[in-house]
Design a binder for this molecule. Structure first.
Ligand SMILES: [Zn+2]
Length: 68
């Protein structure tokens, strides 16, 4: 038997909408954004998405790539 996986249009929409924030989760209890860094698995926290992106960039460049 062959079965076909038909992607749900809503799931696809959500996945595309949030693809830039992959792995970024909002902690409702701490009121912070949480991200596990892709480079080393370190936990990063930020009060908002904009700050998180800066922290992630800084972390990747300065802490995991030696300042490039
Ligand atoms: Zn890292």
């Amino acid at each position: 038997m062959i079965s076909y996986e038909i992607p749900d249009p809503f799931d696809t929409f959500v996945a595309n909408k949030y693809k830039d924030y992959k792995g970024m989760l909002y902690d409702f209890f701490a009121k912070e954004w949480h991200l596990k860094a892709a480079c080393c698995g370190e936990d990063l926290y930020a009060p908002n998405k904009k700050t998180m992106i800066k922290i992630r960039l800084y972390h990747t460049r300065n802490e995991c790539m030696g300042g490039y």
